[in-house]
Design a binder for this molecule. Structure first.
Ligand SMILES: Nc1ncnc2c1ncn2[C@@H]1O[C@H](COP(=O)(O)OP(=O)(O)OP(=O)(O)O)[C@@H](O)[C@H]1O
Ligand SMILES: [Mg+2]
Length: 213
């Protein structure tokens, strides 16, 4: 199923064409890998797909409807349909793993009680739920971040270099996890330099100078 569609999307800054004329579809059950050199426009594209930013040109549809320009409406759509995982984990250091995971539920959504526990079990971090981020290994932190990204049961999961700060074994287990989530029906979009990630992807797109090549 097509969840999101970009049609001839561009994002131009005064001196830079960060993204030019990009068209793509994001589908459920699929891992889409976005690769390309530094400065090629990967993060700009991720910001578009994650409706964190709006195009200077082109059209975008999410769940069959045009993406609104108002930031508050987009924020609502993000919390309803999207989850985000970052290279540096993005956990809040002063609260426990559990509280990091349930944080997105404070901004709306109707997350059933006990879902944090279920996710912790699925990700193998049940025994770490009352630890603070500094007490966790890199792989555990990324699992907590993935649990947090899944707490509102998003349809699309975006991951920007999700294994960038992990050793190769831990990185592989995170990639297997993202692959499983796609197999269970989510759309997973991964931005990465790592060519080894291709084996987990259904589709690979390469960016160069703001365009898909
Ligand atoms: N806010 C901005 N203002 C001006 N130029 C920008 C802005 N954000 C990004 N750019 C430029 O757009 C181009 C694409 O940047 P982008 O961050 O998308 O690259 P990237 O592929 O994610 O790179 P990296 O692998 O280093 O993260 C770069 O030339 C960058 O300098
Ligand atoms: Mg980037």
């Amino acid at each position: 199923m097509i969840l999101e569609e970009l049609v001839s999307v561009s994002r131009h800054y005064p001196m830079v064409k960060a993204l030019s004329n990009v068209s793509l579809k994001i589908k459920s059950n699929e891992v889409l890998l976005v690769t390309g050199h530094s400065g090629s426009g990967k993060s700009t594209l991720l910001n578009m797909m994650g409706i964190l930013d709006i195009p200077t040109k082109g059209k975008m549809k999410l769940m069959g409807k045009p993406v609104p320009t108002s930031e508050s409406e987009r924020a609502k759509l993000r919390s309803e349909f999207m989850g985000f995982v970052f290279q540096d984990f993005g956990l809040i250091p002063s609260i426990t793993a559990h509280d990091n995971i349930v944080l997105p539920t404070l901004f709306g959504g109707n997350t059933p009680q006990g879902r944090a526990g279920e996710l912790a079990e699925m990700l193998g971090i049940t025994k770490r739920m009352h630890h603070y981020p500094r007490q966790l290994s890199g792989g555990e932190k990324q699992r907590v971040a993935i649990a947090r990204s899944l707490i509102n049961d998003p349809k699309i999961l975006f991951a920007d270099e999700p294994t960038g700060n992990l050793d190769s074994k831990t990185g592989k287990s995170v990639m297997n996890l993202l692959r499983d989530l796609a197999d269970q029906g989510k759309a997973v979009v991964i931005v990465s330099h790592n060519p080894e990630h291709k084996e987990y992807a259904d589709r690979v797109i390469k960016m160069k100078d703001g365009e898909i090549i």
